[in-house]
Design a binder for this molecule. Structure first.
Ligand code: ZN
Ligand code: ZN
Length: 163
């Protein structure tokens, strides 16, 4: 907690605008999310905070994450794992898609111009003004595949949902 992340200033401003106190705990949770390029679960965030010597309860972490999501600085993902993951939205790649490994839970980001073209082509075809899209591809990552893991042959679904 030596350097102040620029996004932390944006978050402080958001809290001020909402009339909410800027507490050390809220700043610590925000700093953890902003310092990571990963898609963090609440457990991950709790672990990072503990490593930094912060003792912050889960309830506070959840409440702060809600504020971060409402502030539009952080995006919430539900990859169907039974818990949510969080990543800050002002990362190096503002637009990216996700590959989610069903075996180890690894989330890989990729960027595709083709996907972006599909978005604008479909949008103009339907006279639709797009604001964002989401593409999630579920399967097995390279590591899990080389470890011999195989996809189940029955009951597999490929939930690609676009919003
Ligand atoms: Zn994997
Ligand atoms: Zn991502």
């Amino acid at each position: 907690m030596t350097t102040t992340h620029p996004f932390l200033r944006l978050f402080s401003r958001y809290l001020r605008e909402q009339g909410l106190p800027i507490t050390h705990q809220r700043e610590a949770v925000a700093q953890t999310v902003f310092s990571s390029t990963d898609h963090l679960s609440v457990e991950d965030i709790e672990g990072c905070l503990r490593e930094d010597g912060e003792r912050i309860g889960k309830a506070t972490i959840y409440r702060t994450l809600d504020l971060l999501v409402n502030s539009k600085l952080v995006e919430e993902h539900d990859f169907g794992e039974g818990f949510k993951r969080y990543e800050h939205r002002l990362s190096r790649q503002p637009v990216h898609e996700h590959l989610i490994c069903l075996e180890c839970g690894k989330v890989t980001e990729f960027r595709s111009e083709e996907v972006e073209h599909v978005e604008s082509r479909v949008a103009s075809e339907y006279g639709f003004a797009p604001s964002r899209h989401r593409l999630e591809i579920y399967g097995l990552c390279r590591n899990c595949r080389s470890a011999g893991v195989e996809l189940p042959t029955t009951g597999i679904s490929c939930p690609i949902d676009s919003v």
